[in-house]
Design a protein around this ligand. Structure first.
Ligand code: FE
Length: 273
């Protein structure tokens, strides 16, 4: 198979243009969201849909998320990731495979408001590439440095092409200072080749702190100068949707306000690993 998007093999970084479409739907007539939102998603690689889930639904989801966090010993080994460099007690940063470990999150994963929209945008049947709960705990939540998810999934896991997207369901109101996700709009149309080789079993460390597959400063500066930086702080019940190649990251949370979201990555069936 030809590798459309090589990375981590050269000594100099490079930006190459994306060659595959962002929206794969045949027509906008069948769009489950407004046409302007579809166009914005295509242009920016990220959109925010507010009021997708009502307060009763959010309460059920938040309760389920809290229950999983306080009993991590009952979850499959390797699915609980703690914050780096926390002193004393482990602080849970992420729980993976939530659609397999919780009936509540399984139902959320297959909800048409998410899965149906993913099918539409990706123009194919979809399956769950990855799911997780991200907790950004008050005072302790650490940063995620800038990255393209696709670069990692492509190079480390073997995802063939950019035909996947992430949907992040906000289970808490996002305070603008509590380390909300930062996005570089338009960056999904550029692929930043990263420098350096990937060590064995890198994923075990990279989920706490990424050290390989890191885009270089000049490339990030260029993308930020072209499209700016946004950090939407959506209220609970919103869904943030972003393309697998949209550059994003987040700052630490030193505020007293935690931030929790349920995160689902849908991949097109034709793009399965
Ligand atoms: Fe990411």
């Amino acid at each position: 198979m030809d590798d459309l998007y090589p990375s981590r093999y050269r000594s100099e970084p490079a930006i190459v243009r994306r060659t595959t479409p962002v929206v794969h739907a045949d027509s906008v007539d069948a769009a489950p969201i407004g046409v302007s939102m579809v166009r914005q998603y295509e242009r920016d690689g990220v959109i925010v849909l507010e009021n997708v889930f009502d307060s009763d639904e959010v309460a059920v989801l938040k309760r389920a998320a809290d229950q999983l966090r306080v009993a991590p010993g009952q979850l499959s080994s390797g699915t609980v990731i703690t914050e780096p460099e926390t002193s004393g007690e482990d602080v849970v940063r992420s729980i993976f495979a939530i659609h397999q470990q919780s009936d509540v999150f399984f139902k959320l994963a297959v909800d048409e408001r998410l899965a149906g929209l993913a099918r539409y945008l990706l123009g194919d049947q979809v399956y769950m590439h990855q799911s997780r709960l991200n907790y950004k705990p008050a005072f302790q939540g650490k940063q995620f440095y800038w990255h393209s998810d696709f670069e990692t999934w492509h190079i480390e896991d073997g995802m063939p092409d950019m035909r996947a997207l992430s949907m992040s369901v906000m289970l808490t109101d996002n305070h603008p200072a509590a380390g909300p996700t930062l996005f570089l709009p338009g960056s999904h149309t550029s692929y930043v080749e990263c420098v350096g080789e990937t060590p064995e079993n890198h994923y075990k460390d990279s989920l706490k702190k990424q050290e390989y597959g890191i885009p270089d400063g000049d490339s990030l500066t260029q993308l930020a100068n072209e499209g700016g930086i946004i950090s939407p702080p959506p209220p609970a019940g919103s869904v943030v949707i972003f393309d697998c190649n949209t550059m994003h990251g987040s700052n630490s949370n030193i505020t007293p306000f935690e931030r929790t979201n349920a995160f689902f990555v849908f991949n097109a069936w034709c793009n399965r690993l």
